[in-house]
Design a protein around this ligand. Structure first.
Ligand SMILES: Cc1ncc(COP(=O)(O)O)c(C=O)c1O
Length: 376
């Protein structure tokens, strides 16, 4: 059997990894400034993470959501404390798309309505409602296009008001900092105004923190830069540092009932152990503080490169905007400099999403490599 060929692949075969370094089958080392789409939050094969997962596997790896699993409550408690979201409840699932799918479904259950407002250039995943709320027709099949979603520009409060006033909106879904789209974010005033309008018109505000959450933006959640309080928050990527896990944080005002949501694999023992290990490392190694410190350092170095037109994003969720398509530059960085970076829907943006425990020395190496390739 062949693989269903949907991914254009770089010619690199990683076989091991440690911290920010990925090693391929020929022994070549690469510096990972992308973390496999923002997934690696505490570094590859962090010793605490590896130990916690191994120990858990020796005990019990999986049982379904029909039994008591105290690891889930432990995870919910720790997550609530570290994120300062103790008035939310946690539903565990397996990916970012699944988290958003459940969030949108819950908003529709809760309000009895079905239209969604999303934003230009959004990306929320590839399942039914999540992909319909993703601003990319190419990945929406006819079956997805039956959903009722309206896409709006950032910072246009008139357009937003006109739509939400129609009264049929169940949810407004936003990425506080857009990931795949290219690191755009609107003003704090816009976020605060839409949060207010959601309350007035009984629509739920969903913050998709799948990419920007878990400290990546310099706060636990990126929406916390704007002093807003979403009804639902979705998480995935950095949560498991590579172990597939996602979650939905649901405000206390939304009541649960048996059978409302569900999944076979979500919240299994092994996934919880991985997610707990990540939170323990974030806390013990002060990774959010490190992220803020390194952001300052990163932008001071980027300011010295004339080809960089603009630095977008926050924390270690950074976009470098150039005056040209960066696809070739990314290839050169991989093959000549042995350094992984990411692209975006906006072809001028190079996405930088390293683990949150990198150091200034790694950033120096990144800029040396970048400057070498820009001079070529
Ligand atoms: C903001 C955001 N939401 C949702 C998703 C979908 O996550 P997953 O690929 O785990 O389904 C992504 C993936 O890139 C994302 O960046």
């Amino acid at each position: 059997m062949n693989l269903f060929d949907v991914y254009p692949l770089y010619n690199v075969t990683p076989v091991s990894a440690k911290g920010i370094v990925v090693i391929d089958d020929k022994g070549q080392k690469y510096l990972d400034f992308y973390g496999g789409h923002a997934v690696i939050s505490i570094g590859h094969s962090h010793p605490h993470y590896v130990r916690r997962i191994k120990e858990q596997l020796d005990q019990i790896g999986f049982y379904s959501n029909a039994i008591q699993n105290p690891l889930q409550s432990e995870l919910a408690e720790k997550l609530g404390k570290l994120s300062n979201c103790e008035d939310y409840n946690l539903f565990l699932c397996n990916s970012g798309a699944e988290a958003n799918e459940n969030a949108l479904k819950l908003a529709s259950f809760q309000t009895g309505k079905s239209r969604v407002l999303a934003f230009h250039n959004s990306f929320h995943g590839r399942t039914s409602a999540a992909v319909a709320a993703t601003d990319d027709l190419k990945i929406n099949a006819p079956i997805n296009q039956q959903q009722k979603v309206t896409f709006l520009p950032f910072d246009d409060i008139k357009a937003f008001t006109k739509e939400i006033e129609k009264g049929d909106v169940c949810a407004v879904i936003l990425e506080a900092i857009q990931g795949v789209g290219g690191l755009d974010e609107p003003s704090t005033e816009f976020y605060q105004e839409i949060a207010k309008l959601c309350k007035e018109h009984h629509a739920l505000l969903i913050a998709d923190e799948v990419q920007s959450g878990y400290g990546r933006s310099g706060k636990f959640f990126a929406f916390q830069h704007h002093d807003i309080y979403p009804d639902i928050i979705t998480i995935a990527k950095g949560m498991g540092n590579g172990f597939p896990i996602g979650g939905v944080l649901i405000h206390d005002s939304i009541k649960a009932s048996y059978g409302l949501l569900g999944t076979t694999f979500g919240g299994n023992h092994l996934a919880c152990a991985a997610a707990l290990a990540v939170l323990e490392v974030i806390e013990q190694e002060f990774l959010i503080e490190n992220t803020n410190k390194l952001y300052e350092y990163f932008i001071s170095k980027a300011a010295k490169i004339p080809e960089v037109k603009r630095v977008k994003g926050r924390g270690l969720m950074i976009g470098l905007e150039f005056g040209f398509d960066v696809s070739e530059l990314r290839k050169k960085l991989i093959y000549n400099q042995h350094l992984f970076t990411g692209g975006a829907k906006d072809k001028h943006v190079l996405r930088i999403l390293p683990a949150l425990n990198i150091t200034k020395k790694h950033i120096d190496l990144f800029f040396e490599a970048l400057q070498t390739e820009l001079k070529e």
